[in-house]
Design a protein around this ligand. Structure first.
Ligand SMILES: C[S@@+](CC[C@H](N)C(=O)[O-])C[C@H]1O[C@@H](n2cnc3c(N)ncnc32)[C@H](O)[C@@H]1O
Length: 279
């Protein structure tokens, strides 16, 4: 497998349609389960940021929940949390989560961040999780996040790096599908590895990074995530890679059988967390 990370792509500003995983009910359910999985790691990240009660926090690309609940707890009733998302269904689901969880200090808006020239520095913390990996404009987004933070405030980012995403024992069907998927995923699947540098490029200081990973076995929902992505991206794989329908069917069925073996484990992508301060 080619393990050389691709260069960070940074082209046109992303639009809602860029989120290629879509906004189906299944994607909502997947994201909410992922919120639960990543909750302890996200809470640990927030522990490294001195966010006082009464602070104003932003969760950019919050999806159906993101870390709105964690931020709401940290800033308390006198603080405010804003969740932004460019997908209408996601903002609808985020409002449902906010109401179900009784988060009185959280507001959801269907918006992207403004470009730097139009931004107002109004937040003490701007956070995004698994947003940059799905976009083609990570630098523009980070610049805007830095611009909406007050001097002395924080930018925090959590993104995967697919480099560690492996099955054991290794299998050629895994390697081939993962490599092909990386090319059609829509963003840089190794962006996690680049977060410290990108935060510095956005003019931020005091950069600190850490990482978490997870292991799966047959029966765990994430054991077969690569297969789920392959099915979700089937049309793109067939259109934009040399894969034929026959090869797709054979690779996915072979990999399904391999992942189902009692001793096959999957090591998840590395969840990289980085945070930095605006001077
Ligand atoms: C993988 S989901 C992550 C959701 C959430 N952050 C979490 O960790 O559960 C990415 C979300 O970012 C949203 N999104 C994509 N581009 C965006 C942009 N430029 N501004 C705001 N939201 C965006 C998508 O609609 C989607 O809801």
């Amino acid at each position: 497998m080619n393990r050389t990370p691709a260069a960070v792509r940074d082209v046109d500003p992303p639009a809602a349609a860029d989120y290629l995983l879509g906004s189906s009910s299944a994607e909502r359910e997947r994201l909410l389960a992922q919120c639960a999985l990543l909750r302890p790691a996200s809470a640990a990240l927030l522990d490294t940021i001195p966010l006082l009660p009464g602070a104003d926090a932003l969760d950019l690309g919050c999806g159906p929940l993101g870390i709105l609940d964690l931020l709401g707890e940290r800033v308390g009733p006198t603080g405010s949390v804003t969740g932004l998302d460019t997908d209408h269904r996601m903002t609808g689901w985020a409002r449902e989560s906010v109401s179900q969880l009784g988060l009185g200090n959280v507001e959801i808006r269907h918006e992207a961040l403004p470009p730097v020239a139009e931004a107002h520095a109004r937040y003490d913390l701007a956070h995004c999780r698994l947003l940059l990996i799905n976009t083609t404009g990570p630098r523009g987004i980070l610049d805007s996040m830095a611009a909406v933070v007050r001097p002395g405030g924080w930018v925090a980012v959590q993104e995967f790096d697919w480099a560690t995403w492996q099955c054991d024992p290794p299998h050629p069907a895994w390697t081939r599908l993962k490599d092909l998927l990386a090319g059609v995923f829509g963003g840089d699947v190794h962006i996690g590895a680049r977060l410290p540098g990108l935060l510095r490029e956005a003019g931020l200081t005091d950069v600190q990074a850490t990482a978490h990973t997870y292991y799966w076995r047959p029966g765990d929902r994430y054991q077969t995530l690569l297969l789920s992505f392959a099915h979700l991206f089937r049309d793109r794989l067939l259109q934009h890679t040399p894969l034929t329908v026959g090869e797709f069917d054979s690779l996915t069925s072979t990999l399904h059988d391999h992942l189902d073996q009692r001793h096959t484990t999957v090591r998840e992508s590395l969840l990289v967390q980085a945070r930095a301060r605006k001077p």
